[in-house]
Design a protein around this ligand. Structure first.
Ligand SMILES: Cc1cc2nc3c(=O)[nH]c(=O)nc-3n(C[C@H](O)[C@H](O)[C@H](O)COP(=O)(O)OP(=O)(O)OC[C@H]3O[C@@H](n4cnc5c(N)ncnc54)[C@H](O)[C@@H]3O)c2cc1C
Ligand code: SF4
Length: 553
């Protein structure tokens, strides 16, 4: 995701740009399976538990993993890693052009100053070296290209994006929304998901036709990903080259000049080691992989990893804790249905610790809920087991199946903790002989308290909104990593003593190296993070090119 933005911005700003991609090329016509019907999959889309047990031992933990998407996940046998005793971590990865931008859920939010000032206010971790005002023009720049549908709310703690028209709530969602607004006097609200899916055509990409098969790849290019949005823009400049099967091993660094001289790669097919020269390098290999590359780039002058003078490289790993919420029945709408398969849900923004009134004594930070109503209309699965066939049967189902249900599930902020860290494992290597990671990370007390509150409040809110038969999901939180929002490990900051990157995502000790994926994050907010990675990347690329042009890199 971030690599596509780096390629587009660097190439459009005049640099000859080489994209080093560890995996294969993706050709939409061949690789996108949006239109493939279930009966064309050997296991009818339900998957083969035996066949995936070893190959996708970790990857199949992902919500996005299915028989239709497994080709977009790595083979765990080729890319092992260790976890410290008593800990677990789900390192969910894609290794092909586009990375996880093909698989992502497309929920797209800006972070607010409540987030950018959180560490400073709470005395946790370090302060962000920027604020929303610094990033706002870049958020907008990125949003105008990506295409984000959503509803403007004017909230300072969830800044509006530059929106395309929002998708609609269903009647059941409208009913729950009205119930919530009434019960909480507008202090807890619901809105349609802010989503990187086009509700109008832009930049030659068609508007969505509501089939909701996005994670298989969209043949009308209606949601944002790197393969059909940023990388074609980069290629259009005539200055960008993509080199697939090029696994970055480490960076070559000159201790005398304090600059990286190039990139060491392993050819994925031949296992040949190659060194490529570069004037400026953007690391966008995803949070853990970018930090792994820096750790594997140790030199005599920087023996614990490139950019690790602060000892913060590999530390402060974060993810969003999830797996708590509630569901129930929405009554009084059995004569209504909905059509189309909307590729987003609803969003209930954070309401904890926003101000003195919502201040909590048990925990700091907050959470938002994602969810939605279903059970009627598009949820054909409700009809599984009902006998019948043909057009009349299908028409009948639209009006005969189940009642409306509503469910919501929370995503809570995770605090940066230097003990949540990754290091190079002293012995373990991947299939290409590259030293891999030992990860030691677990949820802290604050995350567990947020998780508990998230379950209780979901139940309370649905009851208050008039939902019936409410059941609370208190669930055990999945391991860190499993929300796919892994962040930290090479944080930005105001001082080289406490951070790996400066305010421009530039490695303090290697000024021609920029890290602009989730590794740069200083705190995690509770909103989905990818928009922030994209805005940081576009901002850093503009900065890098301006400095390069002034011979300052
Ligand atoms: C199922 C699912 C749902 C998600 N939903 C959301 C959501 O709703 N909202 C949201 O904000 N985020 C969501 N995410 C997370 C989002 O996908 C990631 O935050 C985003 O893709 C991260 O971008 P990235 O550039 O850091 O890494 P990636 O998109 O993972 O890209 C990394 C790229 O680097 C390449 N690479 C890796 N290692 C090397 C190497 N050594 N050498 C060369 N190339 C390498 C990979 O092949 C890949 O192309 C979701 C993810 C998943 C899987
Ligand atoms: S729901 Fe929309 S964005 Fe998703 S695959 Fe279908 S057309 Fe594409």
């Amino acid at each position: 995701m971030s690599g596509g933005w780096a390629a587009k911005e660097l190439a459009e700003r005049g640099l000859r740009t080489l994209v080093l991609e560890a995996g294969r090329m993706i050709t939409p016509e061949r690789d996108y399976l949006m239109d493939t019907p279930a009966y064309e999959f050997p296991y009818r889309g339900l998957g083969d538990p035996k066949g995936t047990a070893e190959k996708f031992k970790i990857q199949r933990r992902s919500v996005g993993f299915s028989e239709a998407t497994k080709q977009f996940f790595v083979d765990d046998r080729e890319l092992p890693y260790n976890t410290a005793p008593g800990t677990d971590f789900s390192w969910l990865r894609s290794r092909m052009l586009g990375g996880r931008s093909i698989l992502w859920g497309r929920m797209t939010f800006r972070m607010s100053d409540l987030d950018f000032t959180a560490n400073l206010r709470d005395g946790v971790g370090i302060d962000w070296p920027l604020r929303h005002a610094d990033l706002a023009p870049w958020y907008e720049y990125v949003e105008r290209f990506v295409g984000v549908s959503g509803e403007a709310l004017g909230l300072d703690y969830l800044p509006d994006s530059h929106f395309l028209p929002p998708m609609q709530l269903t009647c059941a969602e409208e009913q729950v929304k009205a119930g919530l607004t009434k019960a909480y006097g507008g202090r807890r609200i619901m809105t349609i998901g802010r989503t990187a899916v086009l509700t109008q055509p832009i930049h030659g990409r068609a508007a969505c036709h509501y089939c909701n098969s996005c994670e298989r790849g969209c043949s009308t290019f209606s949601y944002f990903n790197s393969v059909h949005a940023t990388l074609p823009a980069a290629m259009k400049t005539g200055r960008c080259t993509i080199r697939p099967f090029s696994i970055v091993h480490s960076l070559a660094y000159d201790d005398r000049t304090g600059k990286a001289t190039g990139v060491r790669i392993i050819d994925a097919n031949t296992h040949e080691a190659i060194e490529l020269k570069a004037k400026v390098i953007f690391l966008c290999a995803s949070t853990l992989e970018s930090a792994r590359i820096l750790l594997n780039s140790a030199t005599a002058g920087q023996p614990t990893g490139l950019g690790n003078a602060s000892d913060q490289l590999g530390r402060n790993l974060m993810d969003h804790i999830k797996g708590a919420g509630a569901s129930g029945r929405v009554e009084g709408l059995d004569d209504k249905t909905s059509f189309g398969r909307r590729p987003t849900g609803v969003y209930i923004p954070r309401f904890r610790n926003l101000d003195a009134r919502s201040h909590q004594t048990d925990f700091i930070r907050g959470y938002g809920y994602q969810g939605g109503a279903g059970g009627r209309g598009p949820l054909w699965s409700s009809a599984a087991g009902t006998p019948g066939f043909g057009a009349d049967f299908k028409r009948g189902l639209k009006h005969a199946i189940g009642g409306w249900g509503f469910s919501m599930s929370g995503f809570a902020e995770c605090l940066p903790n230097p003990e949540n860290r990754m290091q190079i494992d002293p012995t373990l290597k991947d299939a290409w002989g590259i030293p891999t990671l030992k990860i030691s990370a677990k949820w802290g007390e604050n995350e567990l308290r947020l998780h508990k509150d998230m379950a209780e409040q979901a139940g309370e809110m649905l009851e208050a909104a008039g939902v019936k038969n409410v059941s609370i999901n208190r669930g055990t939180p999945p391991p860190m990593g499993q929300t796919n929002h892994e962040m930290g490990a090479a944080r930005m900051g105001r001082s080289p003593k406490t951070s790996v990157l400066n305010a421009w995502n530039q490695v303090w000790d290697a000024k021609n190296v920029f890290v602009t994926d989730g590794a740069a994050m200083v705190s995690s907010s509770c909103v989905n993070p990818s928009l922030t990675y994209m805005a940081l990347t576009a901002r850093a690329a503009a900065y890098a090119v301006s400095r390069l042009k002034r011979n300052e890199l």
